[in-house]
Design a protein around this ligand. Structure first.
Ligand SMILES: [Zn+2]
Length: 353
């Protein structure tokens, strides 16, 4: 058992005689004496009890001091435990890794909690053209939502009713509304202010105000810029996820508004805000909210209205609570359509195109 030294410039192995000191190692070879302070030393590979300890000097990293004497190694360990004591070093790296993971978790939590409220404000500041360019052609959506119902008088009744709601909404960009021939009672809003009601919604509604409440809710999504908000939220979160983890488990960043519109639903807050918006429109026009309330209550009883597309019903599991909300906050008394116009609207899907 001995110690030896390589000077880094020749392959020669020099026998070394050690003196372990509190501040470092002095060792004597045939070339002379060297003083290495512990703080300058780097351990070269893992020391295991009973084996050698190989050290190099931070300023002469080609040189090697290889110590084989167990008592010298343990003495070094008393002065500079980090050079010898493997478990302590491992513990330290575990602590560092833990702190790092904690930091990343905090950052992720901060992003996930802070982005949504910021996205809401950012969305309202984004130009309308940003969203409007992603407006889908309804023909592209036919296989999901059925063909457009084209009966002309019923459509005129629908437009007139929607126009009154839109006038109250006071939104500066065009919003369109249409009905498609699908028997599921549901409604959607697509990027660019396209509102689509499925025929089932008109069929199931018992009063015009039930339809008006749903249209008001969808107008709320448009005015609140919920598509843009969702797009910002999802893209910022997926970019942050990619930056932190080097990959993105939730989908590509280049996802278009339309795709995100199909794939992900609005948040609960968005839904509540859209309801509040609808009630405000009904109140402005003095429209009785109880029809809307009854509609939501009926839907909550029927349940199980799953559709490929999200929104109106899929994202509203608490229809019962919403009915309550409409009843409590609504103040109007009138119906949105005359009984005659209501019967006409019910015929909207007698022709499709
Ligand atoms: Zn909604």
């Amino acid at each position: 058992m001995s110690s030896h030294f390589f000077d880094g410039s020749s392959p020669k192995r020099y026998e070394a005689t050690l003196k372990i000191r509190p501040e470092g190692i002095s060792f004597e070879t045939e070339r002379g004496t060297l003083d290495w302070r512990y703080e300058d030393l780097i351990r070269l590979w893992d020391y295991r009890p009973g084996e050698h300890l190989a050290l190099t000097h931070g300023k002469h990293q080609d040189s090697r001091l290889v110590i084989e004497e167990a008592d010298a190694i343990s003495e070094i360990g008393q002065h500079a435990p980090n050079l010898v004591n493997r478990s302590r070093e491992r513990l330290k790296s575990v602590r560092i890794a833990g702190a790092l993971a904690g930091g990343i978790l905090l950052l992720v939590a901060a992003i996930y909690f802070l982005v949504p409220p910021i996205a809401d404000r950012m969305a309202r500041a984004m130009p309308w053209s940003f969203e409007a360019k992603d407006a889908p052609e309804l023909a592209q959506l036919e296989r999901f939502i059925g063909k457009t119902c084209t009966a002309s008088r019923p459509n005129q009744v629908l437009y007139d009713m929607t126009d009154r709601l839109l006038a109250a909404a006071n939104f500066p960009h065009p919003i369109t509304v249409g009905v498609t021939n699908r028997k599921t009672p549901n409604a959607f809003t697509f990027p660019g202010g396209k509102i689509v009601l499925l025929r089932g919604l008109i069929d199931k509604a018992r009063t015009p105000n039930e339809v008006a409440a749903v249209i008001g809710h969808e107008i709320g999504h448009v005015v609140n810029r919920d598509h843009t908000e969702r797009w910002i939220r999802n893209n910022v979160l997926s970019a942050a996820t990619t930056m932190l983890f080097g990959f993105n488990p939730t989908g590509s960043i280049g996802e278009s508004l339309f795709q995100s519109g199909l794939a992900l639903s609005f948040s609960r807050e968005d839904e509540r805000d859209a309801d509040a918006f609808a009630i405000d429109l009904l109140n402005q026009l003095d429209l009785d909210p109880s029809g809307g309330a009854a509609f939501f209550k009926r839907l909550s009883r029927s349940g199980g209205l799953g559709e490929i597309l999200p929104d109106y019903l899929n994202t509203h599991p608490e229809s019962e609570g919403r009915a309550e909300y409409f009843r409590e906050h609504g103040t109007g008394t009138k119906q949105a359509l005359s009984p005659a116009d209501w019967l006409i609207l019910k015929q909207i899907c007698v022709t499709t195109g």
